[in-house]
Design a protein around this ligand. Structure first.
Ligand code: KG4
Ligand code: ZN
Length: 342
């Protein structure tokens, strides 16, 4: 089956053609980064307007780069949840109109589960595995028993990890988007320059949970308190120390989940899965098999939507014209089985 995927949940307008959930034939990602950079964050109104202007061309280009027309497409998959309401609506409305007018089946896809599918576009993995979904909006450690069958083991009790990177970078003017800016600066900094407080959530029955509001506040408001005076007060040193604290917290929780479940395959997805320190930390563990998406498929893209959509369409999932965009989804809180609506 050849699936056309469409993604517009945040600030990337993307379309892709993927064969059988595995072969990415084309993937077009039009990023709005430059249009939001002056605000140091995504402005929802600007995002949805740009999606409206761009979506037709992006989809047309993905078909052109695949040397295909809609006649070659067997089904359409679109991000329907979660994300910015106005942005999601553009992709969902476009996909519905396209599918209806060409008589193709279509299905709405959960963006967060699609991030976890991204490494599976290029690698063979057996279930179950431990999933690590780390993005600007979500931080999840889960057990995955199928492409839409996950059990949340740990999550953030406040900010998402990517959000913490973005807020610290914004405060110090380190660059936009914050995560990749900090990653870049950290490479020439010394993580020992600063020792941030790392919360332990054992007592709150959250031994797989993370919390970023403390580290974020320490980095933004209490830097003097945590700075090691032997080190120069540079952006590079701050970035390296913050990155180490933020990522080490994730890794310790992940290792606890691996110990508790005995599952040693880890699949990571989401924008923060591009982080070089996270990749190096997990890559160094010989006792684990860790899969990261290729860098192009860490952040938002439509190949992961078409990939996950393929499995849904292949088992017979269909949405009708009543499909709506849902900014939020239930099921990503601990504890419990999650997702009724992949
Ligand atoms: O998956 P994504 O593109 O969008 C969401 O679904 O949220 O993730 C975006 C997040 C942003 O917070 C961004 O700062 C972060 O991923 N990010 C990174 C890196 N590249 C992007 N965080 C840490 N290190 C990176 N190299
Ligand atoms: Zn995303």
């Amino acid at each position: 089956m050849t699936i056309l995927g469409i993604e517009s949940s945040c600030d990337e307008c993307a379309a892709a053609v993927v064969l059988d959930g595995r072969r990415v034939i084309s993937s077009v990602i039009a990023t709005q980064i430059e249009r939001h950079a002056e605000f140091n964050g995504v402005v929802p109104e600007i995002a949805s307007r740009l999606h409206t202007e761009w979506v037709y061309d992006v989809v047309a280009r993905s078909l052109m780069e695949a040397s295909m027309t809609m006649a070659d497409i067997d089904g359409v998959a679109v991000t329907a949840r979660p994300g910015l309401a106005g942005s999601l609506l553009v992709g969902v409305s476009f996909a519905k109109a396209l599918a209806w007018s060409t008589g193709k089946p279509f299905v709405g896809v959960n963006h967060v589960l699609a991030h976890l599918y991204a490494p599976l576009l290029t690698e063979d993995v057996e279930y179950p595995f431990i999933g690590l979904i780390v993005s600007g909006g979500h931080t999840l450690i889960c057990r995955a028993d199928g492409f839409d069958d996950i059990t949340v083991l740990g999550t953030t009790i406040d900010d998402a990890v990517g959000e913490a990177f973005d807020k610290v970078a914004k405060h110090y003017g380190l660059g936009y988007p914050g995560g990749s800016a900090i990653d870049r600066l950290a490479r020439s900094g010394n993580p020992a320059a600063c020792r941030f407080p790392v919360p332990n959530l054992y007592k709150r029955d959250g031994r797989f949970d993370v919390s970023y509001s403390g580290i974020k506040t320490a980095a933004i408001r209490q830097l003097d308190q945590f700075w090691n005076p032997a080190f120069e007060r540079s952006n590079e040193n701050l970035a390296a120390a913050f990155e180490k604290a933020a990522i080490d917290m994730l890794v310790t929780r992940l290792l606890r989940a691996i110990d508790a479940t005995g599952i040693t395959t880890v699949v990571a997805g989401g924008g923060v899965a591009a982080n070089s320190y996270l990749r190096a930390s997990l890559g160094a563990r010989r006792d684990l098999r860790t899969l990261f998406p290729p860098l192009a498929f860490c952040g938002d893209n439509a190949a992961m939507i078409a990939g996950l959509g393929y499995h849904m369409l292949a088992r017979g999932d269909r949405d009708g014209l009543e499909l709506n965009a849902s900014p939020r989804v239930s099921g990503f809180k601990r504890p419990g089985k999650s997702v009724a609506t992949p």
